[in-house]
Design a protein around this ligand. Structure first.
Ligand SMILES: [Zn+2]
Ligand SMILES: [Zn+2]
Length: 139
């Protein structure tokens, strides 16, 4: 991934994302060394924010069923969860359980301008470190 610090390209994307690799927990990612990630640009709507996002489909292991991403990367980053099973990436818990345990308020506005504003903030600022940490998985 080559990214120049002074890149403003995020703003050309109309608030929709287009990424090359999903944010996944290890369970969903699987251990198939020959895995091919299939990408479907704006293939479906995110379960949380309902914006179209780029979905991925892959086979986590030999003979395993194909998996799909269910959340957009922004929501996954905000909540630090897997895009597919929605489990917390750090604790491996369902996000509802984690939010309850850690008393994290669900502060993503559900719709409208508030939501877009919130997500834009996330995309242009915080949440960036998380994504680069997640992206640097071993090959
Ligand atoms: Zn979303
Ligand atoms: Zn998962």
């Amino acid at each position: 991934m080559s990214m120049s610090k002074s890149s403003y390209s995020q703003y050309n994307r109309k608030n929709w994302e287009d990424s090359d690799f999903p944010i996944l927990c290890e369970t969903c990612l699987g251990n198939n060394p020959y895995m091919r990630m299939m990408k479907d640009k704006y293939g479906r709507e995110c379960k949380i924010c309902e914006r179209p996002f780029t979905t991925f489909r892959w086979q986590p292991g030999k003979g395993a069923r194909y998996k799909n991403t269910e959340l957009c990367q922004t929501c996954a980053k905000v909540k630090n969860v897997c895009q597919t099973c929605m489990f917390d990436l750090e604790y491996g818990l369902p996000v509802q359980v984690r939010d309850h345990e850690l008393q994290i308020a669900d502060n993503i506005p559900k719709q409208g301008a508030n939501r877009d504003f919130f997500l834009q903030n996330v995309e242009s600022g915080r949440g960036r470190e998380k994504s680069s940490a997640t992206a640097s998985r071993p090959r």
